[in-house]
Design a protein around this ligand. Sequence first.
Ligand code: SF4
Ligand code: SF4
Length: 279
Amino acid sequence: MARLGILVDVTKCSGCHNCFLACRDEYFGNDYSPYSAPQPLDGQFWMQVKEVERGSYPRPKLDYIPIPCMHCETAPCMNVAADNAVYRREDGIVLIDPVKAKGQRDIPNTCPYRVIFWNDELEIPQKCSMCAHRLDEGDKEPRCVEACPTGALLFGDLDDPNSEIAKRSAVLGPAAFHPEYETSPLVRYFGLPKRFVAGEVVRKDVPGECAQGALVTLEGNGITRETRSDSYGDFEFDGLEKNRAYRVRVEHVGYAARVFEIVTHTDVDLGEVVLEPLS
Ligand code: SF4
Ligand code: SF4
């Protein structure tokens, strides 16, 4: 039996919200019982796109994280539901039975990802069903995946070594969104935003001109990375762990090296790194 999942490549997400709109189009007002009852007009986001701002002017970054139900293999929502109202299919999809779940007001509060929504009119909890009704009819993928224009969402059988999702996962090594929840989700992420350090190299004796090609080395937390400043003098290291100490060294032929000790409590902008010429 397949174990179905979604690989979310955050680095490819443009924030277009097509996935959100496709999900709304699929479920608003449409009854797919026993898979799901109609989604109401307001207040429900079975696929949401979260914006994450990092850094600050003049080096801000904006990332987008698509968030559906994670279809957890250790799902807290299943534990509290009475009468097996939340259940897992053999293919891993976690569903809420709209009939059995009626009146079970506690179910939305059990999800650490906050992706279960309460329907006041029907008095039921509701969430993403990974489009199980479509898959059972022979469709290849959920509507959100089908609608994504950038390839940020990849759906398939995680246990089939020949599937695209298994092959991409083997290369990218995706992780859970919020691994601290310990729910073993079948929706996994690559490229979740971490810390970055950046700066701009200039030479004191060449005012108004950027220093292209300076060697910048980052060391710490068990890694060493190198880059060169670009034609604007800019450099950047992204994907750094939070709250770790690193050393950044900036070198350019004919100039004294600069060294910075940083800690990634936040993103770090070193600003203008001015190099003094060697005498
Ligand atoms: S993300 Fe929330 S609703 Fe979905 S399976 Fe996990 S605990 Fe349940
Ligand atoms: S459709 Fe794809 S690119 Fe657009 S917001 Fe959703 S995941 Fe991102």
